[in-house]
Write a protein that binds this ligand. Structure first.
Ligand SMILES: Nc1ncnc2c1ncn2[C@@H]1O[C@H](COP(=O)(O)OP(=O)(O)O)[C@@H](O)[C@H]1O
Ligand SMILES: [Mg+2]
Length: 234
């Protein structure tokens, strides 16, 4: 049975993307509260909606992704609770299980395992909220990723809404600061919306609760952007 009875309009461009060989690995990094877990869940929802087999590796001791999984009965999105040092091993096992995309949900603070996780990932994604405190921590991750020569992109999340097609001043300023240090800055934004909180709160994803809504559209656009980055870094 398909996950969705109809194809929501956001899905149409995604469903044309070619399938990849073996699991691709995206690792989500950033300050506590920067929306790593929320983004992992919503990207997993987008992947599941187009029939991709997605695994979230929950390496954060706070176990938020695992808590979300416990609220769900649907088994199409797998969540595995694990230690950061076990990520590389679990990624190689995911291949045998037919997983196509692994999303690593990281703890907020770097550890001895962070380098191995970034090395196991095809792409690290630094989640940044458009505020001074968040930018400082985001920049620290960016400096570290640049120094270690890891592939990464930066995504602005939990952002105030755009007005008449124009970004809020906070977002514009954050973008200007990030552009100095970052080659791959996602041109979209993930907007703060009740729909995002509500879907996670009931153990669901936006593609299950409001697949045609604006919030789902943003995560679908992010999915498309990240798939393009994976193609580029292949
Ligand atoms: N786009 C969004 N809209 C509304 N709330 C959001 C959004 N992204 C994140 N949040 C909220 O921000 C808080 C932190 O998000 P979370 O995903 O737990 O961050 P992290 O995993 O980086 O610590 C949570 O309460 C979450 O519901
Ligand atoms: Mg988290």
């Amino acid at each position: 049975m398909p996950l969705l009875p109809t194809w929501p309009h956001h899905i149409a461009p995604i469903s044309r993307l070619p399938h990849s060989r073996g699991p691709r690995v995206i690792s989500l990094l950033g300050k506590g509260g920067s929306s790593k877990t929320t983004t992992a869940i919503q990207l997993a929802g987008t992947g599941a909606a187009i029939g991709r087999r997605v695994l979230i590796l929950d390496t954060d001791p706070q176990r938020s992704a695992s808590g979300w999984r416990a609220l769900r009965e649907d088994t199409r999105i797998s969540v595995k609770t694990c230690r950061p040092q076990d990520v590389a091993d679990l990624v190689s096992r995911a291949s045998q299980a037919g997983i196509e995309l692994v999303l690593v949900d990281n703890p907020p603070v770097r550890s001895a395992a962070s380098d191995a996780i970034a090395a196991a990932a095809d792409l690290s994604v630094v989640m940044v909220r458009p505020s001074m405190l968040d930018l400082v921590v985001g920049m620290d991750w960016i400096t570290w990723l640049n120094a270690a020569n890891h592939q990464f992109a930066v995504v602005i999340g939990a952002a105030p809404p755009m007005r008449a097609g124009t970004e809020a001043p906070f977002v514009r300023e954050a973008r200007m600061a990030l552009r100095q240090e970052v080659h791959r800055l996602w041109r979209g934004q993930l907007t703060l919306r009740h729909a995002v909180i509500e879907s996670v709160g009931v153990g669901a994803t936006l593609m299950e609760t409001e697949p045609d809504g604006a919030a789902a559209g943003e995560f679908c656009r992010l999915w498309i952007g990240l798939m393009a980055e994976l193609e580029r870094t292949r």
